[in-house]
Design a binder for this molecule. Structure first.
Ligand code: CA
Ligand code: CA
Length: 271
């Protein structure tokens, strides 16, 4: 990502990053790279800048991605905040923090495969150590920039729980990658011009994604997307949700990736 390419929102982003510029974390697998900065430290902050580099081209497919929560009777979403604790291991990255009385455990895994395919899998586990259930709306947001160009992307529904992002020229044109952004069961998507969508999560009002592409003109644009899950975390229990961001080097391999959503689960249990 390049800050200077986002003139209209660059100032806001620089301010948002000022509190989270330290502590970059990087994953590599099969020639692909994912990196993210430190967690934001204010409810209305943007998430950290993040990058997702494709294996065969090295192009950056992602401008930022992060988690937001609306817990209990809150009337706005809050970024999942740090500083928290970061852990890096051969299996991936983990970030732990506590927010609104819930323990949050965030993980990232990157799986680079043959033929230039690579998939980032992210999960959020929320644990409730209190004595009453807690109602949560959780949001994962991703500002996808297909093939490193932010101005020319198109979105479509690939399958239930899966959004497809292509360049305006199409995946068989000069820009090779298609991205598929999938969610674990029960999620509703939001897609919009990136400035509008990030504002909906960082402003002081409550947002619910509508699961519709109707607001898009169909014209290439700088798009972002997100998934929203609404659930209750039982007292003494936990819920796990997740997403995947698959970089697909050719349209023909998209089918293999759509099944990844099935690996992600919504889980409730008591310990
Ligand atoms: Ca693009
Ligand atoms: Ca974008």
């Amino acid at each position: 990502m390049t800050l200077s390419t986002r003139s209209s929102f660059g100032a806001a982003l620089i301010l948002a990053l000022a509190g989270s510029a330290l502590g970059g974390q990087t994953l590599t697998s099969g020639g692909a790279t994912y990196s993210t900065g430190a967690a934001p430290t204010a409810p209305g902050a943007w998430g950290p800048a993040s990058d997702l580099l494709a294996p065969s081209t090295g192009t950056d497919q992602l401008y930022q991605d992060w988690w937001w929560l609306r817990v209990g009777s809150a009337t706005r979403e809050s970024a999942l905040m740090g500083p928290g604790t970061w852990t890096s291991s051969p299996s991936g990255l983990a970030f732990d923090t506590t927010q609104s009385g819930l323990d949050a455990h965030v993980t990232w895994q990157l799986n680079g495969g043959a033929g230039g395919l690579a998939t980032l899998i992210g999960q959020l586990r929320l644990s409730n150590r209190g004595s009453s259930p807690v109602q949560v709306s959780a949001f994962h947001y991703a500002d996808i920039d297909v093939n490193g160009s932010w101005y020319d992307d198109l979105a479509s529904v690939a399958a239930p729980g899966a959004l497809r992002f292509t360049d305006a020229g199409g995946p068989s044109g000069q820009q090779p990658y298609t991205l598929v952004y999938s969610a674990s069961p029960g999620a509703t998507f939001g897609v919009g011009e990136m400035g509008s969508l990030i504002t909906s999560l960082t402003d002081s009002s409550s947002t619910n994604f509508n699961g519709s592409l109707a607001g898009l003109s169909g014209s290439p644009n700088d798009l972002a997307a997100g998934w929203q899950w609404n659930f209750s975390v039982p007292a003494g229990g936990e819920v796990i949700i997740g997403y995947s961001l698959a970089m697909i080097p050719s349209p023909g391999s998209a089918g293999a990736v759509l099944g990844l959503a099935g690996l992600l689960c919504l889980r409730r249990r008591r310990w």
